[in-house]
Design a protein around this ligand. Structure first.
Ligand code: DOR
Length: 427
């Protein structure tokens, strides 16, 4: 049995309330021991001196565009971005072509990712057939095929009756319903409704489009007992609504995209359509409210919404496809918040690993003995630039393209195997 010994790293594992200098022994695909100064002559040593060691990150929201739009990304390139960013498990959205509204598509994703063996890629099934918002898909069949959540992501589910039925099913199945909460009769434009849209004369989408659907979905979650997971939160009133319903015992969780924590609508002025995302980047006061909600625990986790698009789809603001790649930039952006003392290092690992794993109810997000050995080792001080040489995505749509970042993954271990080390893949 292969033995790995991670030596001398600063270990952060919120699931065990553990933080400090420890060694970690991995035997086969499991963590077998976490202790000071482990001696194991048969183990292959990974020197983690000066680095942080944490449970592999878990991302509840990525778009790998496979099947159907593999010129933007595919399961292999997406998985490479994931492990290069420290993620060992990702949930991929069903807005593929065909969509994940039937078991065959879910099985295709799972078997392709199994064959590759890079990252754990789990499919989210569509809530409705064709993601059209008209008729429920066969959620039980999708669950049997391996779907771990349901969402029509990309398109909000506008039909309240279907949302109620989906949440009722969710409480029977024990899987979350994730909604992109933006009322699409209000959210028709390209960027946030505010100064920048006014100055540029660009169509816009107001935060109340989000608030209305968040309020509706939380109400239905409370009434049905179903687990609602609100995707990429961007509005302060939505945060207050979620806080209100959580206090009343609703089974509601939510995520935030790192980009909404560091950028504002002004980013559009310098990055153009690379800063176009749905829901849009909002105002400074909105960003501050999200940071507060991150601190007080209302926001449960961070998810990248890694949304690759080709350059020809990122032309003029009005016409450009919304979305940004984010798997390789999440760690440096979150480390920036740690450096600014908005959150602690332990909070960051909790938000990126322990909490998202708990939301899904999967065995991940922990490096306690006997857990699956999914581990990330990163250098919080390493400076690097995201560019053709360092990015593993097929797309480059992020305001951070060619920008200097701080904090880099040194090594990612998935189920006891080193899959990424010092910039190369070992699969
Ligand atoms: O900006 C976005 N891009 N938001 C979404 O909800 C969908 C995503 C995509 O699929 O490109």
């Amino acid at each position: 049995m292969l033995k790995l010994l991670i030596k001398g790293g600063y270990v952060v594992d919120p699931s065990a309330d553990l933080e400090g200098k420890y060694d970690i022994l991995i035997e086969g695909d499991k963590v077998s021991k976490v202790a000071k100064d482990i001696f194991e002559p048969e183990a292959k040593i990974i020197d983690a001196e000066g680095y942080i060691v944490a449970p592999g990150f878990v991302d509840l929201h990525v778009h790998f565009r496979d099947p159907g739009q593999t010129y933007k990304e595919d399961i292999e390139s997406g998985s490479r971005c994931a492990v290069a960013g420290g993620f060992t498990t990702v949930v991929c959205m069903p807005n593929t072509n065909p969509p994940v509204d039937r078991p065959q598509v879910a099985r295709y994703i799972l078997s392709k990712s199994d064959c590759l063996g890079i990252c754990n890629v789990l499919p989210a099934g569509a809530i409705t057939e064709g993601r059209k918002g008209e008729k429920l898909a066969d959620l039980w069949a999708l669950k049997r095929a391996g779907c771990v959540a349901f969402t029509d992501d990309g398109s909000p589910l506008m039909n309240s009756n279907l949302m109620r039925m989906a949440l009722e099913l969710s409480s029977q199945m024990g899987l979350p319903i994730m909604n992109h909460c933006e009322d699409d009769t209000l959210a028709k434009g390209a960027i946030n409704e505010g100064e920048v849209s006014a100055v540029l004369g660009i169509s816009s989408r107001p935060p109340e489009a989000e608030d209305i659907l968040v309020a509706r979905d939380c109400t239905l979650s409370l009434q049905t007992g179903g687990h609602l997971h609100v995707q990429h939160l961007s509005s302060p009133l939505s945060v207050d609504i979620i806080r209100f319903f959580k206090d009343r015992g609703a089974k509601v969780t939510c995520e935030v995209n790192p980009y909404h924590l560091v950028f504002t609508e002004k980013e559009v002025l310098s990055s153009g359509s690379y800063a176009k995302v749905n829901p849009p980047l909002r105002k400074e006061k909105d960003r501050k409210a999200l940071l507060e909600a991150l601190r007080d625990g209302t926001i449960d986790c961070v998810a990248t919404d890694h949304a690759p698009h080709a350059d020809f789809e990122k032309g003029l603001l009005e016409e450009a496809m919304p979305g940004m790649i984010g798997l390789q930039t999440a760690l440096p952006l979150m480390l920036k918040l740690v450096e600014e003392e908005v959150i602690t290092l332990k909070d960051m690992v909790c938000l990126m690993s322990t909490k998202p794993a708990r939301i899904l109810g999967i065995e991940a997000g922990s490096i306690k003995p006997s857990s699956t050995a999914d581990v990330v080792i990163f250098d919080p001080k390493k400076e690097w630039t995201l560019c053709e040489e360092t990015s593993f995505s097929k797309s480059k749509n992020t305001p951070l393209w060619n920008k200097k970042l701080k904090g880099k993954v040194v090594c990612t271990i998935r189920a006891g195997r080193v899959v990424f080390r010092d910039g190369s893949f070992q699969v």
